[in-house]
Design a protein around this ligand. Structure first.
Ligand SMILES: [Zn+2]
Length: 316
């Protein structure tokens, strides 16, 4: 048997046929065109999944479940999307709609939770007692896996680490309307903001060469690369970023204390350079100075995490 995994993004719909161990058998993809009525998007999700299935020698009889990762919040009980801001979906009956085309059980969860689940099923956090997955991208996504199951909270709105308050007084304004959310300090966007603010005051840095003097062109990789090259200003910017990220990780430790913490998304491409920097900071922040804390790992699945994790949602 196989499952259908669907990664519904603001830009693309990615689908895959995935075996019961989390291996992709076939894939398909098409643009989301998010401004359309939701039923047109859902029809394309189903068509794309059927297109992936047609690339295999299997039929719908070989498919057990459909799993969907969405950039928002879902109600696992009703199969409705509670909201997806960048798609403009509110209380959308996603399960019922897709079952018009493929009549199989449907499981829906948040995309970061799904990606974290994929790492648990297939790769870096496989077989762990508990793991927390944090994506350091344009924003911050997070997923909590406890005893082999994704944890999204009672109302489906848990595991939203990105909007936990990190700086409650005079914090940076967040897209969600609150001030000082963690993603304003720990995302790739935050690292770029820190770099811009610093270089506006002092541009004697190789970051200034890398962006050819145009601060709007700065990306997270330029800052990381310059810090690796020991550029004094870049080291300072990266250190400030790592300070915030370590405080975010401390929050996870103090509330959940998972076995492992997995970092994904753009900034995680810094790899061991980032992990080593975080591991230098964490011990000084711990409540019990000599206590063990979660191993910090880098995600391995990249772009396929969404479809794999979605496909595995109905595993239980
Ligand atoms: Zn926020």
């Amino acid at each position: 048997m196989f499952n259908i995994g669907i990664d519904l993004g603001g830009t693309d719909i990615k689908t895959a046929i995935v075996d019961m161990d989390g291996n992709i058998v076939a894939k398909a993809q098409r643009p989301t065109l998010a401004q359309r009525p939701y039923n047109e998007v859902v029809k394309d999700m189903a068509d794309s999944a059927l297109e992936a299935l047609a690339k295999t020698s299997y039929t719908l009889d070989d498919i057990k479940n459909i799993g969907i990762g969405i950039p928002g919040i879902a109600d696992e009980k009703t199969g409705n999307v509670i909201f997806c801001t960048n798609l403009g979906w509110y209380d959308t009956p996603l399960s019922k709609e897709i079952q018009k085309y493929i009549n199989k059980p449907v499981f829906i969860n948040n995309d970061a939770t799904v990606a974290g689940y994929a790492e648990y099923i297939a790769v870096v956090s496989k077989g762990t007692h508990s793991s927390v997955f944090i994506t350091l991208g344009t924003g911050i996504g997070s997923g909590i896996i406890i005893n082999g199951k994704p944890w999204s909270g009672f109302h489906g709105v848990g595991a939203e680490l990105g909007h936990a308050p990190l700086n409650v007084i005079n914090g940076v304004m967040c897209t969600c309307g609150n001030e000082g959310c963690l993603e304003r300090y720990c995302s790739a966007t935050a690292l770029i903001r820190l770099a811009k603010e610093t270089l506006q005051k002092d541009n004697n840095s190789i970051i200034f060469e890398k962006c050819k003097g145009n601060l709007e062109k700065i990306n997270a990789r330029m800052v990381v690369d310059a810090a690796k090259e020991n550029d004094e200003i870049a080291v300072k910017i990266f250190d400030e970023y790592v300070f915030y990220l370590s405080k975010a990780i401390l929050m996870v430790i103090n509330i959940i204390d998972p076995e492992v913490i997995v970092l994904g998304g753009g900034v995680s491409k810094a790899g061991s350079f980032l992990v080593d920097a975080v591991n230098k900071k964490i011990p000084g922040f711990l409540l019990y100075k000599n206590s063990k804390y979660p191993e910090i790992l880098i995600a391995k699945l990249g772009a396929d995490a969404g479809v794999i994790g979605a496909a595995m949602l109905g595993k239980e």
